[in-house]
Design a protein around this ligand. Structure first.
Ligand code: ZN
Ligand code: ZN
Ligand code: FE
Length: 755
């Protein structure tokens, strides 16, 4: 990767050890020629791979070979790299302020003392400020700031930490901050006063829009329930949990349980939001994250954040500066226009954000960090494959939680989280982003991969691109392939796919599948038996729809609405609507057949009293997960039905009957939830065992949005391992639809290289 200070580090170590030779980048990586004493060369190799390795550099492999002595060589040089046709991506991700910069920022004698934009080769913005390649200062939004002599001297000194650090700046030559009121009228311009006033406003319970690295945050005091409630109201975000920021692990530990691994992830240069179990005695306002059992915390990651927190702030809600599900706002004028009714003040700066990048979110599955949203800090770092893309490929992703992906040679470059394409602004942002990244990575796609769903905007977009071959890929096959791509396997694997919605090859909506898959093909080995689901778009929001569908499936012709009035009236007061749903299913109007597990979760959650509506995706399932009673090993019954012609069918009718009976008898909702989750883990294990028996495959790949459920996934992984399966799951991209583009890419890349 370029721009992480690798060649200067090589230069420094070589010079210190008195070695001669040179270093350059080419398409294969970095080549270093060294001449000197054998011991010194060994020391060089050791130091380069340990204490002197630049913090952001990763050495994938290191090979050495002896060459003849070059007589006249007496010094070490950095050779100009040949960038034509380079396979190395030029742009790196935005990284958290490093410890050296923080130390300088706190040092009154340093000329960058208290400067909110301090950065160096080891930290600071990259991806968010690049307009075009090559990655040089004139091609970034820093081009408008002319470096002063002091900054310039550091920038051009190969032994300096700021050698070729493109965003280098200081108080006299770089960007500045100021504070405005909600109308855009400037209140403060002097740095210390801006910081002090902002902190004061926040501590008084005000909402401040703060421009950061990848966009605006809306900030409020997380200990002040009234402030958080007001933010919730204004942002039209009724229920979704808010992320929070603190300036130390110790402060986070007051409110959440932080494991050693979680602490490690919080402190990485990527600085994601990490989901942590709540502490019962936490003083965080209830309205921050109701109905879930975790808090999302991140550490400060920009110098500005540290300066602000130094003013006595404990914990801030730091939620994306946008309205509802619209794209993150990153421009000053746009912020005033769109957030003027929400924020009481705006902390602005004049370092333009060229690309908005959301905060990334990480949680833990089987004690390993797993992304739920991959964006700032991780994008655009490519995923390296063994499989070489013989042509450039573009994968359009899915419509929900969209990301897209470019394939070039052995690099798969996934975009950051874009959002739900059904929002017109998000779709517009998607089209622009595709074009921007295509240019940034010099990709000329000849093959475009997309979802099989004919109604997806991402599919229609693929079909609208002229002069390319389009490959339509089944949604759950893409989910499995995303796991295969990450783990560099081509299959066959047993793919267990638990998901909300995915268009099937038979036109039904799939969502609980056991696919025996390679990157070349898949067979639908087993699935949840179809149940009817009425009401298309509304079906994923209103829990009454899957409930009635599952009841009709379970009780067949014996189903009578009146028998279930006691239950259904709690969930949907409009009894006429209940009747209409029944009729829609009977007459097959606006009704689909589905094996969606996400909708089963919605139904069970609502029956267990968790509410009746998903205000945001997976709200009901997350609430159901959060109440699971401890140490319950019981589970509801399921059946796996074998037929000659059909795939193996998972029958959950007994489970539905038992749940209804438990509810009738007033069983504890936490116990119902545990028995339900346990039943599914058992059923999925059963599917995997049947597939192993019949196909003689021992590797299971888990993917799909339902596997964002920690209880279910942890339990299933444990069961599978106890039964001697090799278990693979997503580690680099989310298991939800944010990972679809990588899977599409893997399948498309395989198809062209093996044609
Ligand atoms: Zn730094
Ligand atoms: Zn300067
Ligand atoms: Fe999906």
């Amino acid at each position: 990767m370029q721009g992480v200070g690798f060649r200067p580090a090589v230069y420094r170590i070589a010079c210190q050890l008195g070695l001669s030779g040179f270093v350059y980048n080419d398409t294969k990586g970095v080549t270093i020629e060294l001449q000197g004493k054998g011991d010194d060369i060994n020391t060089f190799l050791q130091r380069l791979q340990s204490k002197d390795k630049p913090p952001l550099a990763q050495i994938a492999s290191c090979e050495t070979v002896d060459i003849p002595v070059i007589e006249a060589e007496d010094k070490f040089t950095i050779k100009q790299s040949n960038s034509a046709g380079t396979a190395l991506s030029q742009v790196t991700a935005d990284m958290t302020t490093c410890i050296d910069c923080l130390t300088e920022m706190a040092d009154e004698k340093d000329f960058r003392y208290s400067y909110p934009f301090i950065n160096c080769t080891n930290c600071g913005p990259r991806y968010s400020i690049v307009k075009t390649i090559p990655y040089d200062r004139p091609n970034t939004t820093m081009s408008v700031f002319e470096m002063c002599d002091k900054c310039s001297a550091q920038y051009t000194d190969v032994t300096n930490r700021r050698f070729h650090a493109q965003p280098v700046a200081c108080p006299s030559c770089g960007p500045k901050i100021w504070l405005t009121n909600s109308k855009g009228k400037t209140i403060q311009t002097e740095t210390d006063a801006v910081i002090a006033k902002t902190a004061q406003l926040l501590l008084e319970g005000k909402i401040v829009a703060i421009k950061g690295v990848g966009g605006f945050h809306l900030a409020a005091d997380a200990l002040n329930d009234e402030a958080v409630k007001r933010l919730r109201q204004c942002k039209r975000r009724d229920h979704k949990p808010f992320a929070m920021m603190a300036n130390s692990i110790e402060k986070i530990k007051k409110h959440a349980i932080v494991s050693n691994l979680a602490e490690e992830i919080l402190k990485t240069p990527q600085s994601p939001i990490v989901l942590l179990p709540k502490k019962k005695d936490s003083s965080i306002a209830l309205s921050v994250a109701d109905d879930v059992n975790t808090f999302g915390f991140m550490l400060c990651y920009a110098p500005l954040h540290y300066l602000l927190f130094a003013q006595g702030i404990e914990v801030l809600v730091m939620t994306s500066g946008n309205v509802s599900e619209e794209p993150l706002i990153c421009k000053n004028d746009q912020a005033l226009e769109k957030l003027g009714d929400i924020a009481d003040a705006f902390l602005m700066h004049d370092r333009e954000i060229y690309r908005q990048v959301d905060d990334s979110i990480v949680h833990f599955i089987d004690n390993q960090p797993v992304p739920l949203r991959r964006a700032r800090g991780y994008v655009p770092t490519p995923i390296i494959t063994k499989q070489t893309c013989t042509k450039d490929i573009f994968a359009t992703g899915a419509d929900l939680k969209n990301t897209f992906c470019f394939g070039k040679q052995n690099q798969l470059i996934c975009s950051e989280h874009i959002g739900d394409l059904e929002d017109a602004d998000v779709y517009h942002h998607y089209i622009e982003s595709v074009e921007h990244l295509r240019k940034l990575f010099e990709v000329e796609p000849k093959l475009v991969a997309c979802d099989l769903h004919p109604g997806y905007l991402s599919t229609r977009y693929a079909l609208s691109i002229p002069n390319v071959e389009v490959m339509k890929i089944q949604h759950h096959w893409a989910h499995v392939a995303s796991v295969m791509a990450e783990h560099n396997v081509t299959g066959p694997v047993i793919g267990l796919e638990c998901d909300g919605t995915g268009y099937g090859t038979d036109g039904a909506i799939w969502g609980c599948e056991c696919l025996v898959a390679t990157l070349d093909n898949f067979e639908r080995f087993a699935h949840l038996d179809y149940y009817p689901l009425a009401g298309s778009d509304k079906a994923s929001k209103e829990a009454i729809r899957p409930i009635i569908g599952l009841l009709k499936k379970t009780y067949g012709d014996n189903f009578k609405l009146n028998d279930f009035k006691w239950l259904l009236d709690r969930i949907e007061q409009d009894t006429e609507k209940q009747q209409i749903i029944v009729e829609q299913i009977d007459k097959k109007i606006n009704t689909i057949q589905t094996s969606s597990l996400g909708r089963v979760f919605d139904a069970i959650a609502a029956m267990a009293g968790m509410g009746n509506y998903n205000h945001f995706e997976a709200q009901l399932p997350m609430a159901l997960e959060s109440i699971i009673a401890d140490d319950i090993e019981q589970q509801y019954d399921f059946e796996l039905i074998e037929t000659d012609s059909e795939p193996l069918l998972l029958d959950l009718r007994k489970m539905i009957e038992q749940i209804i009976s438990d509810i009738q008898q007033g069983a504890d909702a936490g116990v119902i939830s545990a028995k339900f989750h346990n039943c599914l883990a058992g059923a999925l294990l059963g599917m995997a065992k049947s597939a192993r028996e019949s196909k003689n495959i021992n590797t299971v790949a888990l993917s799909g949005g339902v596997f964002c459920n920690r209880y279910l996934t942890n339990r299933l992984v444990k069961l599978l391992k106890e039964n001697d399966f090799a278990v693979l799951f997503n580690r680099a991209v989310p298991s939800n639809d944010g990972g679809i583009s990588l899977g599409q890419m893997a399948i498309a890349a395989y198809s062209i290289s093996n044609k």
